[in-house]
Design a protein around this ligand. Sequence first.
Ligand SMILES: NC(=O)c1ccc[n+]([C@@H]2O[C@H](COP(=O)([O-])OP(=O)(O)OC[C@H]3O[C@@H](n4cnc5c(N)ncnc54)[C@H](OP(=O)(O)O)[C@@H]3O)[C@@H](O)[C@H]2O)c1
Length: 287
Amino acid sequence: MATINKAKLMDGRAVAKRVLEGTAAKVDRIRSATGVTPCLATVLVGDDPSSVTYTRMKRKRCLDLGMKPVRVELPEGTTTDELVTEIERLASDDSVHGILVQHPVPKPIDKRAAFEAIPMEKDVDGVTSRTLGRVILGMPAFIPCTPAGIMRLLEEYHVELDGAHAVVIGRSPILGRPMASMLINAQATVTLCHSRSRGLPTIVRHADVVIAAVGKPRFVQGGWINVGAVVIDAGYNEGIIGDVDFDGAIEPASLITPVPGGVGPMTIAMLMDHTAYAAAAQLGVEV
Ligand SMILES: NC(=O)c1ccc[n+]([C@@H]2O[C@H](COP(=O)([O-])OP(=O)(O)OC[C@H]3O[C@@H](n4cnc5c(N)ncnc54)[C@H](OP(=O)(O)O)[C@@H]3O)[C@@H](O)[C@H]2O)c1
């Protein structure tokens, strides 16, 4: 076990706490201006234990902030049409301001069709193609919560992105792709890697900023990390293990996110904040 140099840790819990203080203030302003409580609907299909836990955590966090959670649970075996109908119902319900469809959804469901049923103004998790298009173009949108949280962490720790070489490992529509776009928009030079990339260790060795979003425990080795690089571990694998070999990477890194306590708390904080913003926009309140 490496000695942990606390000065190198990017404390996602502390930054998330600050984000959530701002969210609570927005919720108060919305309620005093309109009498309406911001509301997030969480939609869960099936009973995958991790997904059950994640949706429960999100509802609890809503309650902690004075927001209203609406719980929609559909059985395993729900069809794409049934799920889309449920999302459309929430979309036309004025008392619901944000809609989160917990993923992964069970295999037979057309996930894309389900996501696209969410209207952009309620897409607080940033999953629709319209949102992704806006993120790529740097237009206002509810940025997918994990990359949004990572950007906020990079800002809070004054990480210089202009002209930096950022390597993003993973190209999923909710994480790697929007992350790469946001880094490009922040003037970084970005290399986006995936499972077919050749010579990954060499590419990572040239990075000033490494974002690991792979879904494989301790995949990124300490020996791949350039001295002084900033290492962001978005991974959250079974056993609460990140995608980076933390013990190996902390030595060369200048800053690194721990798992847990790094990117995870930021993701949920951004979801809450987006929901408050969505409610404000729908109710015509300045926050
Ligand atoms: N902290 C949070 O709140 C939060 C939120 C969301 C996700 N996560 C975590 O972030 C990680 C990624 O999530 P995701 O939803 O983006 O996963 P995903 O959809 O499974 O995407 C994983 C990406 O990693 C790439 N990859 C897989 N094996 C690779 C290899 N050997 N070399 C290089 N790239 C490889 C895949 O490449 P291909 O495209 O070529 O298949 C894919 O683009 C997971 O650990 C997940 O639990 C955390």
